[in-house]
Each structure stands twice: as structure tokens, then as C-alpha cells.
Design a protein around this ligand. Sequence first.
Ligand SMILES: C[S@@+](CC[C@H](N)C(=O)[O-])C[C@H]1O[C@@H](n2cnc3c(N)ncnc32)[C@H](O)[C@@H]1O
Length: 233
Amino acid sequence: MPLDAPTARPGLSPKGPPRADQALASDARFWDRLSTKYAASAVSDPQAWSRTIERTRERLLPADCVLELGCGTGSTALRLAGGVSDYLATDLSEDMIAIARAKLEAAPPGPLSFQVATAESIAPVPGGYDVVLGFNYLHLVRELSVTLSHIRALLRPGGLLITKTPCIGEMNILLRGVALPVMQILGKAPYVGTFREAQLTDAMRLAGFEILEREIHVARGTDHRPWLVARRV
Ligand SMILES: C[S@@+](CC[C@H](N)C(=O)[O-])C[C@H]1O[C@@H](n2cnc3c(N)ncnc32)[C@H](O)[C@@H]1O
């Protein structure tokens, strides 16, 4: 799709300023290109992922209406959706969602559906979502505080945001300050926000969330990726 026609993507808002739309279209193209490889690649830390799934599942109730943002190829959604009444999993990338839908066809019927959307473009549901999930996603949004405000507006009062996000600002300076920018110039790494954990949690509080739980699930390596449960206040 040409850069000057980003709003033609289905499911994405046509309302943003042109530069923001161009950035979104460029991000979508990056993730579209990566989708097949992403679907085929093994989870880098399976033990950590299982722990995240398990701890998140404990927070979900059978009557919950759940929204997942940045769901990728739907692996987490397929694991969690069986325990709730409605689960809408969304992603910016049409190609990620196409792969997720193909997986869904092979799965038993349930409350799960997939949609191309962002936090900014998604339509609210009456009463609000009970839970919004975002795994390996918040570091990829261009304007963290804006996205967090949209997420808050999508939740019912008291609803939960459960997220696990790499805090790039905690990474080794050589990786963050040299390797990452080079990879971005070469088109091998996406746009990423470079916040530290404290900046993330401050932004969440400022957007109207109270942090209820914080855990580190990493079993391998030095990755700084806190699992956070926050309540809309
Ligand atoms: C690293 S993958 C994570 C996928 C999945 N949540 C997981 O943990 O395996 C990041 C995903 O976020 C999506 N994404 C990036 N920016 C986004 C945005 N602004 N809104 C919605 N999705 C976005 C990408 O298309 C990609 O599928």
C-alpha cells in the first residue's frame, strides 16, 4: 500500500493526523512482512510464556468480555479464550490476523474472534470490556499515553489491563543505543518506545490506572519484561 493511502487499511481509524497515519501504516507493513516468520518461530522463553498464560488465566472470570491488543498470530488468545464469555483479539497487521484466523478455523468453536484494529480504532462495547490484554505490545505504540487513555476508555470502571512489555530503556546501552537503531535503519527492527519500567508504570498511573500486581516471569536471559495487572480507577 502506498504511504499516502494508509487509511485504506480495514479496521484502522481514518481520523489520525497524516504523519501518525503514515507511521501506523509503516508499522503495519513491518509486521505484515514479519508475520510468516513470526508464526513459524519458536517462543524464545517457553517457561516464561507458560507462566504468563497461567497467571493471566487466574485473573479471568467466565463471564468476562476480553479484548486483546497486538495479538499477533493469536497464540495467546487461543490459549485463554476458552475461559471467558467473549474474547476479541486484535492486531494492527492484516497478515498476522490472517494467520490467526487460519489457526482459529482448526480450533474448536468458542468465544474467540480476530479483527484488524488498534486501541485507537476499536469500537467500544456497551458497559466496557472487563479485561484488556496486551503482550509484547505497549513498547510498539507510538504514543504510549494516548494509547493508554484509549485502553482506559475501552474498559469498564474497575476493569483490568494486563500487560507484559519489554522495557527497552532497561536494556544494555550498546544494544539499545547502537544495535537497535542500526537494525531499525536496515528495516530489521520495528519502531519501539524506549521507556524504563518506572516510566511505563508512571504513564499507566497518569492515564488512570492503579497497579495491582507486578511479576517477572523471565526464566532465561536478562530480559526486563514485567507482567503487570492494573485496574481502571
Ligand atoms: C512482538 S508481536 C507480539 C504478538 C503477541 N502479542 C505475542 O506476545 O506473541 C507485536 C504485535 O503487535 C502488533 N502491533 C504493533 N504495533 C501495534 C499497534 N499500534 N496497535 C496494534 N497492534 C500493534 C504487531 O503487528 C505484532 O503482531
